[in-house]
Design a binder for this molecule. Sequence first.
Ligand code: SF4
Length: 365
Amino acid sequence: MSALPAAAGQDPLPAAFAPRLIAWQREHGRHGLPWQQTRDPYRVWLSEVMLQQTQVSTVLTYFDRFLQRFPDVHSLAEAPADAVMSLWAGLGYYSRARNLHRCAQVVVQDHGGVFPPAAAQLQTLPGIGASTAAAIAAFCFGERVSIVDGNVRRVLARLLAFDQDLAQAASQRQLWALAQGLLPPSPTPADMSAYTQGLMDLGATVCRRSQPLCERCPVQALCQARSNQTVTQFPVKSSRVKRRAESWWLLVLKSPSLVPDGMDFWLERRPAPGIWAGLFCPPVLGSEAELQQRVPAQAWQAAQHLPAMTHNLTHRELRLYPVVVKVDRALVSERQAPGVWVNVAELAALGLPAPVRSLYQQLAS
Ligand code: SF4
């Protein structure tokens, strides 16, 4: 099984792939997404970062909300970190939000608020990897450069029957070089846009991870895996992420609010680096015994153990055990721990990890 296509002229694949993909995208691809209506690098960059590991349907809401609050790179660069994290809360992978904020600051400080127009320069910015840089450069500046994100790797691995292990960086680089060889030879900016979007659309809607719709595929006649009836064998990837289980005991401290009939909650900012760095969370303890040591004996008698929750991160399975304890707020002050008392209304403005936000929503209802 060959991973390398023969030279153009001998193998119909490199010459035929781009025109078919472009024609298909123009007729059958996705056209109505808000970030497709623009060549503004700020909007394209924002959408690309949000779309990393997050589905389009989820991104749509966040994208609009983010743009309303931060309509351009300057407003994002000037925003407090908490405001950015708060708007990101629920999208997960919070390092993306921190890098997004940092990147906006670098674009403003070092590039006069203008994104560099080439993939090679874009890649030097915080949080912009090779594929995101290629997407921005292709969509906004018509650069002849190929994206190769996870979806596109799957498409190309099947198309080329690429049998190298994509868990290896060297194989990823090899596939990238092959992707460059499939680009249209002298595209217009509109061609590059349709080609890049076509790769994304093909991976998302036709050449799906499971049950690919080969009979609807515009490049089925060129696809080596389909021809060999080996579609299910690609992509080859040896290592699947194994999640390590971890138990977190959440000390949910509450105290009567200064407003009548209200209740305040104690939250601490998560340390960096680490899981949920920079977000607000109840104090996290490694065991029930450790948690109990933080609680006055009398208050422990009335502690309320809530049902455990499971939250999956890329490398961790967090088992969360919330315990609600009512305390005198004087016993927990900002002088004793880096945190803050907030009421239910104030919670909405803070950056909270998704399971923590849902926990407090339950407590408030
Ligand atoms: Fe993917 Fe099937 Fe198209 Fe090949 S023919 S690229 S496996 S959808």
